[in-house]
Design a protein around this ligand. Structure first.
Ligand SMILES: [Zn+2]
Length: 84
């Protein structure tokens, strides 16, 4: 029986292959047409070596939904805090 391991600890950085990913917070930027949305303080795994940030699936989904709403209904530039 194979076990699927998707735990964050077993993940390598896709950019530099480092195994040193720290839990942290980062800003996620989305642009569309003339609109810009920045979602700050999103929980992420951040590569200690190159700074690349990775979001877990549920965080990525929440980020996407939050940004999508602002890209549709918000001001030209929106800077918000991450809300799970
Ligand atoms: Zn890296």
């Amino acid at each position: 029986m194979g076990r699927k391991i998707q735990a964050a600890e077993s993940m390598n950085c896709f950019a530099c292959r480092s195994e040193m990913l720290d839990e942290g917070r980062t800003s996620h930027v989305m642009e569309r047409d003339d609109r810009l949305v920045v979602v700050r303080d999103a929980p992420a795994l951040i590569c200690r070596q190159c700074g690349e940030a990775y979001f877990e699936n549920d965080v990525a989904l929440a980020l996407y939904e939050q940004a999508e709403k602002l890209l549709t209904e918000g001001e030209d530039v929106e800077i918000v805090k991450y809300a799970a």
